[in-house]
Design a protein around this ligand. Structure first.
Ligand code: ATP
Length: 391
């Protein structure tokens, strides 16, 4: 029997804010972000370059280093605790620490979760790889060129499971290669003997080595051509479903993201501006920024869309304008957008899980009697483009 929480929650990021302290002022890279993830769920983080996606992901994994600082927030993690099963390395590390103190801060059994930001160094070591692994941008270039891939996979296993025999590590390495579609006899190949796509598969195999509950992938396919990109995405998707691993997948390419994810979270200027399940988002992205982003990329499936693009560029995160941070690029902006920061709300009867931070959908603020639909947002962008050509 499992003692998991009833919502099957795996991760709950609460009110997260991160600044980078630069000589010319603090960069507010992540601002009051709330985001949760269920066990086995695939969530995509989208947004233009500089919107804070990687910073948020690294904050979750506690990988940020100065000049970055988490100025507020919690990252609550709910370890899987199966009664009668062997404790995981992580829950064992939590219990060991708690046995030494009278008032445990992070107990694996409490229903309120474990705050990753409060983990001690040994707990953090047990958390990484065992519970969470990360695939960085261009990770495939991080494989050691002078070691065969088998040794590199076995090294990860041995480092985290020193009690495991060499033979069992070898077997697991072969199994992992098979899982990612590489013949196990390639264990003795060196990275330069593999194609880019194969190297990326090896990286995915390493990320899965210790059966983590959660993987974060930051632009894992950008260095690959589109055909291989697609193959890798299909592989990631089927592996996550097969192993029940949750995934946070980061990219600025929304069309790619929509092929893979259960839910999409869109960031702009350090804030979450919309969260929706894939189908709702695809059918009707509510925030004008999400709409613009979606129509900036050609999609592989679905109806033909008119490409509009978003004029202008994101604000300077050292000096964020008042009101909605998107207002000076938004074709639908009105007075309130220049003054009042919109909160994430869920006013959509037809999609109660979809939330957007936009005054257009706030009946107390909006100027329209009807909520705008995709055609209205599209028309808004067209008018904006026509005006800029006329100028
Ligand atoms: N070391 C740093 N010092 C100062 N500012 C930084 C530093 N690293 C990132 N930033 C700033 O923080 C903001 C968020 O950056 P981040 O890399 O998280 O965005 P992103 O959405 O992941 O972008 P990309 O898609 O290009 O990776 C950007 O404005 C960036 O310039």
């Amino acid at each position: 029997m499992s003692t998991q929480n009833k919502n099957n929650l795996l991760l709950d990021v609460r009110n997260m804010s991160v600044d980078y302290y630069a000589a010319n002022g603090a960069v507010h890279a992540v601002r009051d972000v709330n985001l949760s993830l269920k066990r086995g769920e695939i969530v995509g983080l989208a947004g233009e370059s500089g919107s804070g996606k990687s910073t948020l992901a690294y904050a979750i994994a506690r990988l940020l280093r100065p000049p970055a600082a988490i100025t507020a927030g919690q990252v609550l993690y709910y370890p899987s605790i199966q009664e009668g099963e062997r404790r995981t390395a992580f829950t064992a590390a939590l219990e060991q620490a708690n046995s030494k103190i009278t008032d445990p801060v992070n107990s694996p059994t409490q229903s309120s979760g474990v705050d990753i930001l409060k983990l001690t160094p040994p707990q953090l070591r047990a958390f990484r790889w065992n519970e969470l692994s990360i695939v960085f941008q261009s990770a495939m270039n991080a494989l050691n060129p002078v070691m065969d891939i088998g040794t590199q996979i076995i090294d990860v296993l041995r480092a985290h499971q020193p009690e495991r025999s060499v033979q069992s590590c070898k077997e697991r390495a072969r199994e992992l290669l098979k899982l990612v579609g590489i013949a196990p006899d390639r264990l003795r190949s060196y990275p330069h003997e593999l194609s880019g796509g194969m190297r990326q598969r090896v990286i995915i195999a390493i990320a899965l080595a210790l059966k983590p509950e959660l993987i974060i992938m930051d632009e894992p396919t950008t260095a690959l051509d589109v055909v291989v990109q697609r193959e890798i995405l299909d592989l990631i998707s089927s592996l996550c479903k097969e192993t029940g691993t949750a995934l946070i997948f980061i990219t600025h390419d929304l069309s790619l993201l929509l092929e893979l994810v259960d839910r999409v979270a869109v960031m702009y200027a350090g804030k979450l501006v919309e969260v929706a399940d894939r189908n709702n988002f695809y059918a009707h992205a509510r925030h004008p920024y999400s709409y613009g982003l979606m129509n900036s990329f050609p999609t592989l499936h679905g109806p033909r869309r008119k490409m509009v693009g978003i004029a202008g560029s994101p604000p300077d995160l050292r000096n964020i304008p008042a009101g909605c941070p998107f207002h000076d690029r938004c074709p639908m902006a009105f007075e309130a957008c220049h003054q009042v920061i919109p909160a994430l709300r869920t006013p959509f009867a037809d999609a109660p899980e979809q939330i957007a931070a936009c005054h257009l959908y706030d009946p107390k603020i909006t100027r329209t009697t009807q909520m705008p639909g995709p055609a209205d947002l599209g028309r808004g962008y067209e008018i904006q483009a026509e005006r800029s050509v006329a100028r």
